[in-house]
Design a protein around this ligand. Structure first.
Ligand SMILES: NC(=O)c1ccc[n+]([C@@H]2O[C@H](COP(=O)([O-])OP(=O)(O)OC[C@H]3O[C@@H](n4cnc5c(N)ncnc54)[C@H](OP(=O)(O)O)[C@@H]3O)[C@@H](O)[C@H]2O)c1
Length: 262
């Protein structure tokens, strides 16, 4: 559906959303933002303890339906099992947020010849999203109600700002372009596919950064600070809602202006 006025433009009441990695960091910010707008949330991740805690917190605040599906997004069978259980529980999936990701490092010339860190990074960050798009977008097409896919990439997918993180940057660049191609492929089914490319954001990635190093990093960011996970969640809310129906294949950078200078 598309909007003709701002009335309920961002409302997600009754929508069912999968958030991969919705138990921690940026994914948690997205879970909280979508739940605040009324969405029911299915968290796909591996760590049950943190997911159960998130669900208990949501249940105290809101009256939606929240559940955890233990999933390793680098494993197709695990994704298939979780999607099937989720559809059985929720009947339909309206929103898919491919947020879960890892960063593997190392200069190419220093790696072992099996290049395992490259394959691992692509398997999680790129193919994890492809697997879930394959399973969930087929379901969305068959339900005939359209849908929303949001892929969380990185500003590293657009700029060469992080030496030694080429595997991560290349996987995110691939996910950006997959987003564009899939968007064109499935627009006819009313499924919109967009990406959010964050820059430095508070999460598990960043929680152990020493104060001095954090300050030095902030000097490279025009707004002078990291983003909060909930700010990524706010943008995801827009992309999940009817307000963004005219947008597909977009990669939206939210990095405090960092990429402008690189
Ligand atoms: N933080 C930043 O500065 C930043 C900047 C740009 C882009 N990003 C992107 O934002 C996304 C979230 O990052 P974050 O900073 O929030 O990281 P994080 O705090 O380390 O969280 C990563 C999440 O991914 C899940 N995950 C990892 N591997 C998984 C797997 N194989 N199967 C299922 N779930 C898996 C983790 O859950 P379990 O451990 O429970 O499985 C966790 O919820 C990533 O795609 C990252 O590349 C982050």
């Amino acid at each position: 559906m598309f909007i003709k006025s701002m009335e309920n433009a961002f409302c997600l009441k009754g929508k069912n959303a999968i958030v991969t990695g919705g138990n921690k960091g940026i994914g948690l910010g997205i879970t909280q933002a979508l739940a605040h707008q009324g969405a029911n949330i299915a968290i796909f991740a591996r760590d049950e303890v943190s997911a159960k805690k998130v669900i208990a917190d949501l249940e105290k605040k809101y009256d939606g339906k929240y559940a955890f599906y233990k999933t390793d997004i680098s494993d197709m069978q695990s994704c298939k099992d979780s999607v099937a259980k989720c559809i059985a529980d929720y009947e339909s999936i309206d929103i898919l947020v491919n947020n879960a990701g890892i960063a593997t490092g190392g200069n190419l010339l220093d790696l072992e010849e099996d290049l395992s860190s490259w394959f691992r990074c692509f398997d999680v960050d790129m193919f994890g999203a492809v697997r879930l798009c394959y399973l969930v977008c087929k379901h969305m097409r068959d339900m005939g109600k359209g849908g929303r896919v949001i892929n969380i990439t990185s500003n590293a997918g657009e700029i060469c700002n992080k030496p030694s993180l080429a595997s991560y940057a290349a996987a995110k660049a691939a996910l950006n372009h997959f987003t564009r191609c899939l968007a064109a492929e499935i627009a006819e089914y009313g499924i919109r596919v967009n990406a959010i490319a964050p820059g430095f954001t508070f999460s598990n990635f960043s929680k152990n950064i020493p104060e001095e190093y954090y300050k030095a990093m902030c000097e490279t960011i025009p707004i002078g600070r990291f983003a909060e996970a909930i700010e990524i969640g706010a943008l995801a809310t827009y992309l999940a809602s009817d307000a963004s129906d005219a947008m597909t294949g977009a990669v939206l950078t939210i990095d405090g202006g960092y990429a402008l200078q690189h």
